[in-house]
Design a protein around this ligand. Structure first.
Ligand code: UDP
Ligand code: MG
Length: 338
């Protein structure tokens, strides 16, 4: 690892028309800085000339590295691959389509130098953005905030800088179905924000269709929260607690007291309330099962129990150990294995 090296990670999916411009911009913005850079292009199964474009640029620029995927695995996988390959002391993730202005790179680095471990680019919405996109994104963050315990900044993008400490912790996370920025948020660390207006896509088509985004949103809900899983259980309990007393009252009124209130309850009504009660029982049982599934999910994702940002100690000997100690402590099972 190089103290003065900063890795720039660029996920690429059919961006042949943008790569040249992005490289020019990156060149311009990084020239004045006193850091060394590596540009890691991760080609996520492009079907156009993206790879050839990158290779052509790499012939003249030794800072360029290329990670080529065998097929399209999605942006989240591409960014993760970039982070795994990064050798720098910090990494900046940036889209290839120039929607994330490269001119902000020096601001990100500035905040990093001031002590932030994660610098998050927060997007300001332009006026001509479709109302539906704005509305759905606002709802997404509202629900996420409600059902998860992680602090999530609305409109935080993937345009971020993360410190080596965070990268190391990130590489320890093992889940496959991932939302990179969600995981980085989960890790915590000291964060700072940079607000920017997203530019229009320079050229080419947007790869994220509404369907893909919807899938990603559902994925985030189910990965960062167990509320959807417990929903059936809650519903069951509500049905059960309302239908059971109603059923009992109906039975007593009709069959034990012989209809003193003149409700004239028929057999079908009794049958209906019985069915509703049974549905309640079934849903409540599903909820119970989902508690076990929740436990299994927590064990399978195997997130670290906690993440350490820094060890401080006055005792020198202890200090040395702490310096070399891994940033992430694993859960009980893994600790036993060591
Ligand atoms: N991207 C990728 N794999 C995909 C889809 C997108 O690597 O399957 C890259 C894409 O090349 C771009 C970034 O992810 O650099 C953002 O994609 P896009 O512009 O389509 O999404 P949006 O700007 O709408 O978030
Ligand atoms: Mg884009």
């Amino acid at each position: 690892m190089n103290e003065n090296l900063i890795s720039i990670i660029i996920p690429v999916h059919n961006e042949a028309l943008n790569i040249g411009a992005l490289h020019r911009e990156l060149n311009r913005c990084t020239k004045r800085l006193r850091y060394a850079f590596e540009f890691i292009f991760v080609d996520d199964g492009s079907t156009d000339n993206s790879v050839q474009e990158i290779e052509t640029l790499a012939r003249h620029d030794r800072r360029i590295r290329l990670v080529e995927f065998a097929r399209n695995f999605g942006k989240e996988a591409a960014v993760s691959a970039g982070l795994h390959a990064a050798r720098g002391n910090a990494a900046i993730m940036i889209d290839a389509d120039m929607q994330h202005p490269p001119s902000l790179i020096c601001k990100f680095i500035q905040k990093w130098q001031q002590g932030a471990d994660v610098v998050v680019g927060v997007r300001e919405y332009s006026k001509n953005e479709g109302w539906f996109k704005k509305w759905s994104s606002a709802r997404f963050y509202q629900i996420m905030q409600k059902i998860t315990q992680t602090t999530i900044t609305p409109h935080a993008t993937d345009f971020r800088l993360i410190d080596r400490k965070v990268m190391d912790a990130f590489t320890q996370l093992t889940e496959r179905n991932r939302l990179t920025r969600g995981l980085i948020d989960w890790l915590g660390f000291k964060r700072d924000y940079i607000h920017f207006k997203a530019a229009e896509r320079l050229a080419g088509e947007r790869s994220y269709t509404f369907r893909k985004l919807f899938g990603l949103a559902v994925n985030s809900f189910t990965h960062y929260s167990l509320v959807p899983l417990k929903l059936a259980g809650y519903l069951g309990i509500i049905i059960l607690t309302t239908a059971t007393p109603t059923g009992i009252v109906m039975y007593v009124e009709r069959y034990m007291l012989n209809d003193p209130l003149g409700w004239q309850i028929r057999g079908t009504a009794m049958l209906a309330i019985l069915l509703v009660m049974l549905v309640g029982v079934v849903l409540a049982c599903l909820g119970l099962i989902s508690l076990y599934i929740a436990n299994i999910q927590a064990e399978v994702t195997n997130r670290p129990l906690y993440v350490v940002r820094r060890h401080v100690s006055n005792n020198d000997a202890l200090h040395d150990i702490a310096e070399g100690a891994p940033m992430v402590m694993f859960n009980e099972r893994q600790r036993v294995n060591i």
